[in-house]
Write a protein that binds this ligand. Sequence first.
Ligand code: S3P
Length: 437
Amino acid sequence: MKKLLPARMGLHGSLLVPGDKSISHRAVMLGAISEGETEISHFLTGEDCETTIKAFQALGVRIEQAGTNVRVEGQGLANLKAPAQPLSMGNSGTTTRLIMGILAGSSFSTTLIGDQSLQRRPMRRVSEPLKEFGGEVQLTADGTLPATIIGHQLHGAKYEMKVASAQVKSALIFAALQAKQSSIIVEKLPTRNHTEIMLHQFGAHIRTVDNKVIIVDPGEKLVGQEVTVPGDMSSAAFFLVAATIVPHSKVTLKGVNLNPTRTGIIDILQQMGAKLSIEEQFSTGEPSGDITVENSALRPIHLTDEDIPAVIDELPLVALLAACSDGQSTIRGAQELRVKETDRIKTVVAELRKLGVQVKELPDGMVIDGRPSWDIQDPQLDSYGDHRLGMMDAIAALKADQPLQLAHEDAVAVSYPGFFADLATLLGGAHHDNGLN
Ligand code: S3P
């Protein structure tokens, strides 16, 4: 149980947030299936990305890690080895879904297992489309883990996606890379495109037309690269929101990934009236830059399906922003939240109600009545084992007028092991000196 204290003096200073989770996973995966060495810097050392490293080590890839530096000795796509035991996916949906696409074209069978949360998450969204490429993944009757991937020679396909999911898209791209013919994957809505950008860097023939049609021509040799992982927008977002809602705050988040498929939270903050400025750095691959934000009054917001993919992991924070705004906000078209690490519609609603915020649960989102200060109903907050919920609770508590408690705070280590330390840095000495921490 962690004690959470109000931030009476605000948040100040600057911070380099940890590396992007999605890009860290992909750097290890692409390094493993390429030829030659891949050197990764500013790798995210959270539990999910460690799961990816361990999985590829178990598949016979030499990977050395020294903190945020990782060296991968690529094996080439065809040379992964059958693992001695089932591969443990821990809490990581990204590792699970992407690796299914990689192993679908292998010459062996692999079983994937996961923790309680991952075992509840839907996997047919990957196994069904993989069939179109000649892939075979056996799941439980509920369509969940454990999964057994039976490797086959794959063929090209044209597939129109049924869900807006970068994880599913990436799995299909990995399958397409191993197929005998070209493939076309049509997205339902554009989602994060880190796989496409990085594959291009590693030498694959992949292109995107009209923002959502991905064409993969297999057969090109993938060659190991140097990858510097930019800061994770989804981690920076906690402090961007904290500085916006807590009086007297002004913070700068440095080196944050500004890929437009990930900057939904920036657009939303700006639409709600946040005082925010961005200094973009020059880069050839993934764009990044420094973001400065300060406390400001907020207007309500209304989101629909097209808004969701670029802010999918930040929606708990959008709900929190809405709870601090001066009117009623709506989040719709966000049914994907129900199948994240927790049912994030249910868990966000539960946590906001504890704070005294009026929220209506909808099948695909929520209606939130914003108010300048809350009337705490229950000081016992809970992450429910979901990293992003735990961090949202910790940020919400900064604005409360009394100390709160957070159960299952360890969950933050899934994506941001240094979260509480970084928060303490931005809260500064004053927070400690007043005995508030
Ligand atoms: C991810 C894609 C998103 C996101 C997840 C990471 C990725 O999931 O929620 O945290 O790295 O591709 P979906 O694409 O399934 O929505």
